[in-house]
Ligand binder design. Structure first.
Ligand code: OAD
Length: 307
């Protein structure tokens, strides 16, 4: 069933009733029924094919349902992508203004590109470090950081900007590394382990490995490289949970893109939060269409009210 068809189906069945409570009840029933059968798409902004008031009811009910699931869940896992940092001013990779629209990953984010032209690659990373240094965590990072203070909550991120860390997130699983860490390109025996360097601008470019004097590189995962297996294991383990939220990711880069399916296969209630639909939207139990920096604070508020 298409997303609009689902929304229209639910909308039509409630337009006949004037009683708000009854309508809420019926939407609830439909939501819980649909949760077992097909994904639900809830648009947070007025959409041409759904009345605004109805959208509000859908939104309220879906968020309340999610909040009550989270309140009783023993384990909640969230996985984030570039969209969670968009409101902070960090560009995403895909989409109209995405970095990969303007730059070719094969020129800037592969070991071959680095070996061919380390200065060019470092120029790009130095520019991104400068951009991110000027950004601050937004409401989405802050909510996730507060949730991370609770046992049973785990956060996996594909982001290399470290804004989750700066928001105070505990136990973060960073799948793709950090642009604030460097490692030896060769690598030499001592330079394999990343070291932190938050200087902007870097005093030497390209920077050198302090151990062997060879070239240092950003400690991020480039295309064609394997992820750290211990990190993947931690992320995989976190897919065993009661609620799994995939937030602000285009869900096209693996293995991260596969974690939501893994969580669902293990019995988790799966939720996507994104400003648009992605390949994951049709597989999750609930798809919330809207900005993470607005939806996450709404969920947090409902959780607080339910106490
Ligand atoms: P993308 O740029 O591919 O996707 C960003 C997603 O965020 C899109 O689906 C947007 O619709 C969504 N989005 C934008 N603003 C949002 C907001 N305010 N709230 C919620 N969603 C929003 O970024 P990733 O999925 O993170 O890999 O990309 C995955 C990987 O591809 C990255 O980690 C990077 C890149 O190449 C490496 O660096 C290895």
């Amino acid at each position: 069933m298409g997303r609009c068809a689902q929304r229209d189906g639910v909308a039509c069945s409630h337009r006949r009733s004037d009683d708000l409570q009854l309508r809420r009840c019926r939407v609830d029933e439909q939501l819980s029924q649909l949760a077992h059968e097909a994904p639900i798409a809830v648009f947070l902004e007025e959409c041409c094919c759904v009345e605004a008031s109805h959208t509000q009811i859908m939104t309220d009910t879906a968020l309340a349902d999610l909040a009550s699931r989270m309140a009783t869940a023993r384990r909640v896992t969230a996985m984030t992508g570039a969209g969670v940092s968009a409101a902070s001013g960090v560009p995403t990779f895909r989409g109209a203004d995405g970095l990969w629209r303007r730059y070719r990953p094969e020129d800037l984010a592969t070991p071959v590109a680095f070996a061919h032209d380390p200065s060019l690659v470092w120029e790009w990373y130095a520019w991104r470090r400068e951009q991110v240094a000027a950004c601050r965590p937004n409401a989405a990072h802050n909510v996730l950081a507060r949730w991370s203070q609770h046992d049973g909550f785990r956060l996996i991120t594909q982001n290399v900007d470290d804004l989750h860390g700066r928001a105070g997130t505990r136990g973060l699983v960073r799948l793709h590394g950090s642009i604030w860490e460097l490692k030896c390109f060769k690598p030499c025996a001592n330079g394999e382990r990343p070291w932190r360097d938050e200087r902007v601008p870097l005093p030497e470019q390209p920077p050198l490995c302090p151990h062997c004097g060879g070239l240092a590189r950003p400690a991020v995962v480039w295309f064609g490289e394997s992820l750290d297996s211990a990190v993947v294991d931690r992320a995989f383990e976190a897919t065993t949970c009661d609620v799994f939220l995939t937030i602000g990711t285009s869900a096209v880069v693996y293995p991260a893109a596969g974690f939501v399916d893994e969580a669902r296969a293990k019995g988790a209630f799966t939720v996507e939060i994104n400003t648009e639909t992605t390949p994951a939207s049709s597989c999750v139990d609930l798809s919330l269409i809207g900005p993470a920096e607005e939806i996450l604070p709404s969920i947090e508020q409902l959780l607080a009210e339910s106490k």
